[in-house]
Each structure stands twice: as structure tokens, then as C-alpha cells.
Design a protein around this ligand. Structure first.
Ligand code: FES
Length: 159
């Protein structure tokens, strides 16, 4: 199903594009707009973004596929992105991740059947000093322990 950016979002993009020497250089913020507007970067959202920026869908996909921050599948209502880079690994990230997998019966890249939770391993979240850490949607959760993550998930389930 074809998707289109709303006129006000196109206007927002034009203001962003004006800051770049060439329109195509604004592909990253355009992908953010697409993710915000359409929930994730579907094939249709990718085409709409390519049209907006003036590049081919293949070029837009090359960029979107490079970054884990662009969701290529519809994430759960609570999208858990756990850091799997060295500082977090040295500080217990594997135990935290295993606790999440067990509690939600989820593996990396999966979403619960009710659409509430999805799990994704990502690279450094730039919060190494508070390792291990995880992002849930746009919020950071730091200095995680198994007890802490179980409590966070219980609180999200209760919402
Ligand atoms: S290694 Fe996990 S935030 Fe940097």
C-alpha cells in the first residue's frame, strides 16, 4: 500500500533540506521523518522517502539498512534495544539480555505475539559509562541488573 508524507511533514523536510548543499544529503533526517510518520521503514515508506529526497529506493535502502536505528520491521509498542558492545558486555549485558529473553520468551529480532515488546541487539549506545544499558523506545535505562530489567518490564506490562 502506497504511503505519502503529509503536507506539513513535506514542509518540515523542506526546511531541513535547505540546510544541506544538495537535497540528497538530507536522506538521514528524511528517514527519521519516515520512521516517525509511518512507524518503521517499510518498502512503501522507503519509496516515499526516496521520492521526497530525489534518490532511488535502492539508494535509500542502502542507507537505511546500514543503521540499526532505522527499523525495517514494525517494532513492538516497547522496543527494547540492548547494547551488545564491549563495555556493556564486560558489565553484565549478557545476563540482562538473557533475563529479557526468558521473561518475554523473545529472541533478537522478534516481537511478542501481542505486539507489546520487541527485542533488538544494537551496537554502542554511547552510554558506556553507565553500562550495561538499553534503550526502550527513546528512553535510556542504565546500570542495568537482572533485577532492574525485570522490574522495568513488569512496570511496562502493568501500563
Ligand atoms: S558499550 Fe554499551 S553503551 Fe557503549
Amino acid at each position: 500500500m502506497k504511503v505519502e508524507f503529509k503536507p506539513e511533514v513535506k514542509k518540515e523536510f523542506e526546511a531541513i533540506a535547505a540546510r544541506y548543499p544538495v537535497r540528497r544529503a538530507a536522506l538521514l533526517p528524511a528517514l527519521w521523518l519516515a520512521q516517525r510518520e509511518f512507524g518503521f521503514i517499510s518498502t512503501e515508506a522507503l519509496k516515499a522517502t526516496a521520492d521526497l529526497v530525489g534518490c532511488s529506493p535502492a539508494q535509500a535502502m542502502e542507507t537505511a539498512s546500514f543503521y540499526t536505528m532505522y527499523q525495517k520491521q514494525k517494532p513492538g509498542k516497547y522496543h527494547l534495544q540492548f547494547c551488545q558492545t564491549i563495555s556493556c558486555l564486560l558489565n553484565g549485558a549478557e545476563d540482562v539480555r538473557a533475563a529479557v529473553e526468558k521473561k518475554l520468551n523473545l529472541k533478537d529480532g522478534q516481537t511478542t505475539a501481542d505486539g507489546q515488546f520487541s527485542l533488538q541487539g544494537v551496537e554502542c549506545l554511547a552510554s558506556c559509562h553507565t553500562a550495561p544499558c538499553m534503550r526502550i523506545n527513546d528512553e535510556y535505562h542504565e546500570n542495568l541488573t537482572v533485577e532492574k530489567i525485570n522490574q522495568i518490564i513488569d512496570e511496562l506490562k502493568a501500563k
